[in-house]
Design a binder for this molecule. Structure first.
Ligand code: 5RP
Length: 224
């Protein structure tokens, strides 16, 4: 099976976790896109969705799914999203698709976080995938210096094919931090959150996944 077929398989399985007549939190990225396409098939069963990025909002609306502003929503039954890495405790690295801050906000309101990923994302120790950190643009260099003190090698994310900084939906910049071996994800998440100028760190450990659906050649595996 191709990686896309594995992503499609978990996206289909994730439909079992959609709660009828409720608002669903929807993540960002290629796996989340497959999920949105599946969600469209049962759109009559849900009230609507809260999106974790402008791209996701556009795809949901394109399918005729109502997109709610999070400020108008008190409760989200389930948040469904991909990950760049996930460990056995349900802690994740996210933000490869640049949406980590809104993903973290929507996830924080959801009762349940269902992670959907192809099996290659499951690791024993996270950190091979560079950890995304969203920063206020004027703090790019000062935050980078602090991340170096933590043992990382931060790199400013650029717009593809240019020398210009990539700008997130929130007007932030992204530092992708290589070289970290994340043996204590909760502690590192708290430490990076303390750096002045950080908007959000792509470590989802304090609020990790409750369920992880992993696409493998043997079928979809469920980690709880
Ligand atoms: C976006 C994310 C994505 O969930 C993550 O990058 C995984 O993406 P994909 O499903 O395309 O592999 O965190 O900010």
């Amino acid at each position: 099976m191709t990686q896309d077929e594995l992503k499609q398989a978990v996206a289909r399985t994730a439909i079992d976790y959609v709660v009828k007549n409720e608002i669903i939190g929807v993540g960002t990225g290629s796996t989340a896109n497959f999920f949105i396409d599946e969600l469209a098939k049962i759109k009559g069963d849900i009230k609507g969705a809260v999106a974790s990025s402008e791209a996701t909002a556009a795809r949901l609306r394109g399918h005729g799914i109502e997109v709610f502003d999070l400020n108008d929503v008190a409760d989200i039954a389930v948040y469904i999203d991909g990950a760049d890495e996930i460990d056995n405790s349900g802690a994740m690295i996210k933000g490869g698709g640049a949406a980590l801050t809104r993903e973290k906000i929507v996830a924080s309101v959801a009762r349940q976080f269902v992670c959907i990923a192809d099996g290659s994302k499951l690791v024993d120790v996270m950190g091979k995938f560079p950890l995304p950190v969203e920063v206020i643009p004027m703090a790019r260099a000062s935050v980078a210096r602090e991340l170096v003190k933590l043992g990382g090698t931060p790199k400013l994310r650029l717009k593809p094919g240019t020398d210009e900084a990539f700008v997130t939906d929130n007007g932030g910049y992204l530092l992708d931090v290589a070289g970290l071996s994340i043996t204590d994800p909760k502690a590192l998440e708290a430490q990076i959150n303390q750096i002045v100028g950080v908007i959000a760190v792509g470590l989802f450990a304090a609020r990790g996944a409750n369920v992880c659906l992993l696409g493998t050649a043997e079928g979809v595996k469920t980690l709880k």
